[in-house]
Design a protein around this ligand. Structure first.
Ligand code: TRP
Ligand code: ZN
Length: 892
């Protein structure tokens, strides 16, 4: 059982260093599914400055204490106290060995935190606070110890016994059990502890580090999955080599193990030397995994590997510093992916993701700074803000420093913080010291929630040749933070000739010569002005190149957006301006739908897309990104009051108009791409598949039997899952008989592959069809649906609540009821996952009155449940709290 009801609030300002240190940990596990016995021997020492007589308080949850010894002697009952979440030792000596024997019940553990059983095997998940569910311990990341672990289990049930570090010994017992001992020489916080035991197969490889150390690599999977690990292994080796060349970081153990498990709350976990992965980020073959799945594997395999230095060797002092490891490691995995494939495409995809997930979070009731200042359950702070915005902050600083100084700063960080549990201040200080730049002003970004908004005004004086740029920043209020300081915002811009679009030279005060290069301005006041001299002709400021800071630039006219979308040399800004141009058009049209005003089609966007189709051969991946309209969920962010039906209608009619107007070039492009088809897993082939799917999607939107027949043909004959699933998604969004036939065919073919079956559920969860809530509800009764598996639950319910706005917000309120019922059902078994689902209610205050009332009622019903978990209670309470600005956050 998890802890229910309100958990106490934890505040950053109340941080105190640990009173006792644990320097060595010896663990013995007698593994059995029903009851596992854990014997822990802790080498404990009173920290300097801790008063004599101070008690030692250990965390523990759901543990049955069977024995307790101090320096080998049983502890008398008056020397300790046992509470539901703690074990307190009264008056312990300065230095001692504490031995506990506890019993836990892995098969009954449905939370997937602590030690649990999945598919008959044992796995652990200790981040953030799961170790306390295994044994009594000061479960906080600033207590770092050396671990030696012995596992004993039935030899038949668990032939494989894995833990952190290096294997040191193993043997057999007479009773059918066997054992293995693992030693991890590197001190680590307990959240990085892991064990895996069971019947698993290793796919092996090796890597020789640049200093010549040979590392044995293994990916452990269930029998039958051995043929799906090639790509993950390839990514692992590439990541190991990249961390050496880009950051000078070598791996530091003799073995590196990855175990894949199908029941997992998140993507993966960076346990020292023994990463544990959700199967969806390990297993792939072209027939079963999409290109997006392959990219996900590259991201997550490298991310967890990179944690070995940013997270494990250097860890967090406390959980408020979570972005110290997560933001930095996301930055590192983004850079890795950029170096593996196309840097420009990577940037577009990272920004798309930031806007889709983090911007809404930052504007809603769950908004929090990258370094939060309080929490109830830290599990609720593994968010887009901590991860994605945190990565943007590191990127902002890295760009400001440039590659050489950034590397020097990172070298300093690795040297000065190694083997320590540190803070974001420590990071900025070391980085700045190594780079020779004072980075303290950037700390304010970590403490400020909300997405800054920058507006610009311009003057051009043709007499003097002076171009003046005025920039102003504003940060909207967020819960508990009405007023914000001005932040240091780096902005990359260039000037283009307003007539021809060619770059034009200018001289900024302080520059020695005119240049047309990109300038990096630092806006660090509420309002600031820059003068460019020697500007011979009226310029257009191309501002926001490369997305140099996680902000919104507001107030650019449609004309300006189209101009930059066509002329700017930066592909990112061209993509961005076309997206924002499309947003403007779609929002205006949605408004017309809503108010019943006349709707006027926009020829400009169709012309821009036609021009892009002409250039498709040069960079299909970029064109696929550029012609894909912003998602409805992203458009909704720009609406003061969200009208999901009007948005859907506006977007679908624009897609249909494009499909009809450009039917001939789209078909020609589609046929060309099919003719050059290759099933390869590389950037070029992926780009062609993405563009083929985008073209087909427009053709189907344009209407007609012929396009449907093309989709059916692609569905039946595509040799990759990307093609098959692209076509199935289109068919599943129609109400034609081809829909049911394709879904039945897909099910029959893939019903035995859980990850593919997840896609089958997800496609149906996302289908924007009438009666969507009832369709999804019916699927919850499908024999293959189970809410106990987080992947399956997210596939159906998560995709419905997060990626099907017209379905979820069905006027009946049945979508809300379905989500609320699901949360209530899942919450007692798995509070982490239930609380995550609940965040889908986040925009309730911005819905029109009838839906707002229905959503508020669903939330209030959940909040009224006395047995609600602390995780869900924190999220739901925050959503119901009064909004920060009575008039609502500024919208444009
Ligand atoms: N640290 C993991 C990562 O790489 C995140 C994670 C995995 C996690 N499992 C978890 C966080 C369970 C909280 C709870 O990003
Ligand atoms: Zn991480």
């Amino acid at each position: 059982m998890s802890d229910t009801s309100a958990a106490p609030v934890i505040r950053l300002s109340e941080y105190r260093p640990p009173e006792f240190l644990v320097e060595t940990v010896t663990l013995a596990f007698a593994l059995a599914p029903e009851t596992t016995t854990v014997t822990a021997r802790l080498g404990v020492r009173r920290a300097a400055g801790t008063p004599a007589g101070a008690p030692l308080v250990l965390d523990g949850e759901g543990l049955a204490l069977r024995a307790l010894r101090l320096d080998g002697a049983d502890l008398a009952p008056e020397r300790y106290a046992l509470h539901s979440h703690h074990l307190t030792l009264r008056d312990p000596p300065d230095q001692f060995t504490l031995e506990t024997t506890t019993e836990i019940h892995p098969a009954a553990n449905t939370t997937l935190s602590g030690l649990y059983v999945s598919g008959g095997n044992f796995y652990t998940q200790c981040e953030a606070e799961g170790f306390r569910r295994i044994t009594f311990f000061p479960d906080r990341p600033d207590v770092m110890a050396r671990y030696r672990v012995t596992l004993t289990a039935d030899r038949a049930m668990a032939p494989v016994l894995l833990a952190n570090g290096n294997p040191v010994a193993h043997g057999e017992n007479d009773d059918g059990t066997h054992w293995a001992t693992w030693d991890d020489p590197h001190p680590k916080p307990c959240y990085l502890f892991a064990l895996v035991a069971g019947d698993l197969i290793a796919v092996r490889d090796r890597f020789v580090t640049r200093s010549g150390r040979e590392v044995q690599l293994a990916i452990w999977v269930r029998r039958g999955d051995e043929d799906k690990t090639d790509y993950a292994m390839h990514c692992l080796k590439a990541a190991m080599a990249w961390d050496e060349s880009r950051f000078g970081r070598e791996y530091d153990l003799d073995v590196f193990n990855i175990a894949a498990v199908s029941d997992f709350n998140m993507g993966a976990m960076e346990n020292k030397g023994l990463n544990i992965f959700n199967t969806r980020y390990v297993l792939a073959r072209p027939e079963t995994a999409t290109d997006a799945d392959y990219r996900g594997i590259e991201t997550v395999i490298s991310h967890e590997y990179f944690h070995n230095w940013t997270g494990n060797r250097i860890t967090c002092r406390d959980w408020f510093q979570l972005s110290l490891k997560e933001g930095l490691t996301v930055f590192r995995d983004q850079e890795f992916s950029a170096d593996q494939g196309s840097r420009g495409l990577q940037r577009i995809q990272d920004v798309r993701r930031l806007r889709a997930a983090q911007f809404p979070e930052d504007a809603g009731p769950l908004a929090h700074p990258v370094r939060p200042d309080s929490y109830h359950k830290i599990d609720n702070f593994y968010t887009a803000t901590v991860y994605q915005k945190g990565a943007e902050l590191v990127r902002m600083i890295a760009s400001l420093l440039g590659p050489q100084r950034f590397r020097a700063g990172m070298d300093r960080y690795f040297a000065s913080c190694d083997n320590r549990a540190v803070t974001i201040e420590d990071f900025l200080e070391a980085l700045g010291a190594g780079a020779g730049v004072d980075l303290t002003p950037f700390l304010a970004w970590y403490a400020t929630a909300g997405t800054p908004e920058v507006t610009l005004a311009e003057d051009y004086d043709s007499e003097t040749g002076i171009f003046t740029l005025h920039l102003r920043q504003h940060i909207p209020p967020t819960p508990g933070a009405p007023n914000k300081p001005a932040l240091p915002i780096p902005l990359a811009l260039g000037l283009l000739d307003a007539e021809t679009g060619a770059p034009i030279a200018a001289k900024l005060a302080g520059e020695t010569a005119s240049s047309s290069a990109t300038r990096h301005l630092l806006l660090d006041q509420p309002a600031q002005t820059w003068h460019f001299e020697d500007v011979g002709r009226r310029p257009v400021a191309a501002i926001g190149r490369g997305f140099s800071a996680p902000i919104k630039i507001l107030g650019l006219s449609r004309e300006r957006l189209r101009f930059l979308a066509t002329h700017d040399p930066d592909p990112f800004l061209r993509w961005d301006c076309l997206q924002r141009y499309a947003s403007e058009i779609l929002l205006a049209d949605a408004d017309a739908v809503r108010t019943g005003a006349a709707r006027a089609a926009d020829a400009g966007l169709i012309a821009a897309i036609a021009a892009l189709l002409d250039q498709a051969a040069a960079d299909p991946a970029f064109v696929a990104e550029a012609i894909t309209l912003p998602a409805e969920t992203q458009l909704a962010e720009e609406m003061a009051e969200i009208d999901v039906d009007a948005l859907h209608m506006a977007r679908e009619s624009l897609r249909a108009a494009i499909g009809r107007a450009l039917a001939a070039p789209l078909r020609a492009l589609y046929e060309n791409l099919r003719a050059a088809f290759s099933p390869a897993i590389d950037g070029a082939a992926m780009g062609r598949r993405a563009l083929a799917n985008a073209a087909l999607s427009y053709l189907v939107a344009g209407g007609g039997d012929e396009a449907i027949a093309m989709a059916v043909l692609q569905f039946q004959t595509a040799p990759t899952m990307t093609g098959r699933l692209g076509a199935l998604t289109l068919l599943a969004a129609t109400e034609r008989p081809e829909r049911e036939a394709a879904l039945a065919d897909f099910y029959a073919r893939w019903r035995h592959d859980p990850l593919v079956l997840d896609k089958w559920f997800a496609i149906q969860g996302m289908a924007p069809l009438p009666g969507a809530p009832a369709r999804v509800r019916a699927l919850t009764r499908h024999p293959d649906f189970t809410a106990a598996n987080p992947n399956r639950l997210r596939a159906l319910i998560g995709s419905f609540a997060q990626a099907n706005p017209v379905g979820f917000h069905d006027a009946s309120g049945d979508g809300y009821a379905l989500l609320a019922e699901t949360i209530a059902a899942v919450d007692p078994a798995n509070p982490q996952v239930a609380a995550r689902l609940a965040s889908a209610f986040g925009m309730w205050r911005r819905m029109p009155p009838a839906r707002r009332t229905l959503m508020a009622a669903a939330l209030a019903e959940l909040a009224g449940r006395p047995d609600l978990s602390a995780n869900s209670r924190e999220v739901i309470t925050k959503m119901l709290a009064p909004s920060p600005s009575a008039g609502g956050v500024t919208r444009h």
